[in-house]
Design a protein around this ligand. Structure first.
Ligand SMILES: [Zn+2]
Ligand SMILES: [Zn+2]
Length: 248
């Protein structure tokens, strides 16, 4: 019976299951997510050259820095994200983050890798790092979704992953806060782990990974810490999703 089943599997292999919708699918550009689900994600096509967020409506965007970057330049050199935190993409990210679905990291990294190749493979990236999570929160969730993405991307790119950043306090969600309040909330939130060989990072190019870039304040604070304390060269940021910038 078992032999027969195995033979049947070879002749008619079972179709893979989409991790997003649970249906079986024939083929897809990204393994783990069916093409129907992919078509429902709002991929970023016209990013702000600095923060990488989609500007909407894009008809008003001439390719200069978005209004938020013009108001305050972030401390990273450039950020990019795969998709906008809207609709189906937002649903997927929430599942990944809060729905105990670490398995979604794998297709997300496949997509991230495409953006990595387009924007960052031309730079000599020395290390990949992840935005750290407060250890209490990580214990409750069971995983740091940013670190999962970073480790998988490191494997895919062959760039070394380094876990040297620390979040020393559990900050509240930043999205609803004003810029000043966000700055205050993140003051001294990040630091470096002990026993770091500072020379290892001097003049190096670093890629920071996170699941989502909302306003860019978190990524900017982390980039500033790395630049100032480790004397690194270029700091780039790559996230699965980002919140679009709306121009009125
Ligand atoms: Zn699907
Ligand atoms: Zn921008």
């Amino acid at each position: 019976m078992k032999v027969k089943k195995t033979l049947l599997d070879i002749i008619y292999p079972e179709k893979p299951v989409c991790l997003a919708c649970g249906r079986r699918y024939d083929s897809s550009e990204i393994s783990g997510i069916c093409s129907r689900c992919l078509s429902r994600i709002t991929f970023i096509t016209e990013p702000c050259p600095l923060c990488g967020r989609q500007v909407i409506p894009s008809s008003l965007f001439a390719g200069d820095l978005c209004p938020e970057c013009q108001e305050k330049m972030p401390d990273f050199d450039a950020a990019r994200s795969s998709f906008s935190y809207l609709g189906y993409g937002r649903e997927l990210l929430l599942k990944f983050k809060y729905g105990h679905r670490p398995d979604l990291a794998s297709p997300m990294v496949e997509i991230l890798f495409l953006y990595f190749k387009e924007y960052f493979s031309k730079y000599n990236i020395d290390y990949i790092m992840a935005i750290p999570m407060h250890e209490e929160r990580e214990e409750i969730r069971g995983y740091n979704q940013a670190a999962l993405l970073a480790e998988l991307l490191a494997e895919k790119t062959g760039i070394e992953y380094r876990d040297i950043l620390l979040r020393t306090k559990n900050s509240i969600p930043l999205f609803s806060l004003t810029r000043e309040a966000r700055e205050m909330e993140l003051k001294d939130v990040f630091s470096l782990k002990k026993n770091i060989n500072f020379r290892e990072f001097s003049k190096k190019n670093i890629l920071i990974i996170d699941d989502i870039l909302t306003t860019g304040t978190t990524a900017s604070k982390t980039a500033a810490l790395i630049k100032n304390r480790l004397d690194s060269n270029k700091i780039f940021v790559l996230t699965a999703a980002s919140v679009p910038v709306e121009i009125y």
